[in-house]
Design a protein around this ligand. Structure first.
Ligand code: YH5
Length: 280
């Protein structure tokens, strides 16, 4: 059974693991404060831990659609490091950092992060080297775009094949930089325009998730409340929980090892059922 060493904590793929999204970016919905308070983040994390989360994913760069502008590394650092610190102090779960910045990778790993999660697959300057200097596992996600631009219309002849090709190239680059193969987790990058897909491509990627799994790396799927669900159901993000559970179930059935979600307790129940059926 494959096990990852995440800064002294181990993750074993003997069941489907759930990663909880801990957003610490200023959110237009919360007008009262520019940043969420540490207490607020801690209480969100507490709820995820109660729900059975395996990995807490801390993201300080606003990649949400409509987010106001890019965040500087310093701002991201100021948000992320105190959160990693307080999570480390309070919980036993692996802490993952959703970042593309070399500086954040380095500082977060010193603070106790156990995993790097990069939607740009270590393409930003210094990110490869910074990651190589840690012993941490890293999620390499496919994105066709560095930064989402309105009006961009992606085209793939074979979306799963092209995503695989990209991911294998990043695997090669990582190995050349001294990041061992057994530290790598692959992610096809669901997310509509944000990551250079459309709802139709996201659906095809989920349908053909077996092709990403065939690369024989652990696979992470992050689909929670994303726009392709909205496109199918014509429902806003707040009404996408049941559908998020459906796609999490499909990904777990296909064999995805890690599911990244907002709604931890509900997803843990869903994937436990998948695991129970698999082991029946
Ligand atoms: C991911 O897939 N996604 S940030 C839009 C939404 C809902 C959620 C319109 N980081 C991923 O979560 N890291 C993000 O509704 C990620 N895989 C990995 N590895 C975007 C996000 C979201 C965007």
């Amino acid at each position: 059974m494959k096990t990852l060493n995440c800064a002294g904590k181990s993750l074993t793929f003997d069941r489907t693991l759930v990663m909880g999204v801990l957003n610490i970016t200023p959110d237009s919905f919360y007008e009262s404060s520019r940043y969420q308070s540490l207490d607020q983040v801690l209480s969100n994390a507490e709820q995820m831990v109660q729900g059975g989360v395996d990995i807490l994913d801390v993201g300080g760069e606003s990649t949400r659609p409509g987010a106001s502008g890019a965040v500087t590394c310093e701002e991201e650092l100021e948000r992320v490091v105190p959160v990693v610190e307080v999570l480390k102090k309070n919980f036993d779960q692996v802490i993952s950092v959703d970042t593309s910045s070399a500086l954040v990778i380095t500082e977060a790993s010193k603070t106790g992060a156990g995993m790097i999660n990069d939607v740009r697959a270590l393409m930003r300057p210094g990110a490869l080297e910074a990651t190589a200097a840690t012993d941490l596992p890293v999620v390499l996600m496919h994105s066709l775009v560095e930064q989402p631009e309105p009006g961009f219309e992606p085209h793939y002849d074979d979306v799963a094949g092209e995503v695989n090709q990209y991911l294998l190239e990043r695997v090669r680059v990582c190995e050349a930089a001294g990041i061992a193969r057994d530290r790598l987790i692959l992610d096809p990058g669901f997310g509509g325009g944000m990551f250079g897909k459309t709802p139709a491509y996201d659906l095809q990627l989920l349908k053909h998730l077996d092709r990403v799994l065939a690369l024989d790396f652990p696979v992470l799927a992050g689909m929670s409340r994303k726009s392709f669900i909205g496109a199918v159901l014509n429902k806003p993000a707040e009404q996408r929980l049941s559908a998020s559970l459906a796609v999490a179930t499909l990904a777990a059935m296909a064999g995805a090892q890690i599911i990244r979600v907002h709604d931890v307790a509900e997803t843990v129940d869903a994937v436990r059922m998948v695991d129970a059926v698999r082991n029946a």
